[in-house]
Write a protein that binds this ligand. Sequence first.
Ligand code: B12
Length: 233
Amino acid sequence: MTGPVTSSDVLSELRAALAPHGVFLRGVVNFADGETVPVLKDGNAAGSVVLLGNAGGSIWPAFEHWRNSSPDRGGKNPLDAWSKAVIEPVADAFGATAYFPSDAPWQPFQQWAMRAEGLKSSPLGILIHPRYGLWHGYRGALAFAQALPPTASPIYPHPCDHCPDRPCLSSCPAHAVLPSGFQLGPCRAHLETRAGQAGCMMAGCFARNVCPVGAAYRYPAKQLHFHMAALSL
Ligand code: B12
């Protein structure tokens, strides 16, 4: 595909382009006049963003394959590098401007996700999805000049409202998950201990693992370890 996209089926074409990488089209945000919006490559304000991300371990096979065939194993931030390698060519093909969650200045990915997918925060700070639970994330966003057909955004009951025990709040060995929010310092300090290395570092965040929502989408062991190692840097 070349040039700007005018087709109304841009979303299904995007889905098809991203599917081989395990990247899902998570939702669309159309911006209203007067909102702070991302800027397009041509300097104009974006009319919409399409959120892209993983559901469960969907990206892991494609990411691992790419990493194993990269001379430097993807460099210092391999998942971010892979996301760019996959998403930037798609942005170019569709005449869109790509944004990435880890690039400064940080774009409000979670606010976009709340609007696009009707999600709410869990006590961990990450958004909980009624089907995928805590096992999902965002790999990029494509900003377009034009508004796009909104994706269905059902009104879900917030899973944490129906979770009387809230085991996420009591299972962190470092007491880093508090009702007031996630505390990075105690988490990182625990990860440096022998118990932290043998526990959370190998098995993944205990508070995330204990959540009963979307347990079938829990990341594979290697991905759990990868994210914990990234958090401890
Ligand atoms: C900085 C950052 C962190 C920092 C601090 C977070 C903070 N205090 O804001 C630290 C290092 C602690 C962190 C940790 C993690 N993060 Co983080 N983080 C970010 C990042 C890069 C920027 C957040 C931000 O300020 N955005 C700018 C503002 C303007 O955007 P916003 O949407 O309005 O901001 C929301 C957040 O700030 C959120 N928030 C407030 N406090 C906290 C605390 C935590 C722990 C988190 C995750 C979010 C959060 O509230 C706002 C909602 O309106 C985002 C990506 C992004 N661009 O948003 C990822 C992001 C929020 N992180 C994410 C994830 C998955 C994690 C980890 C699970 C990763 C890991 N390796 O384990 C951990 C959480 C640990 C745990 N046990 O729960 C995901 C969340 C996906 C989701 N399902 O919601 C994001 C969106 C990245 C992605 N690629 O998908 N993160």
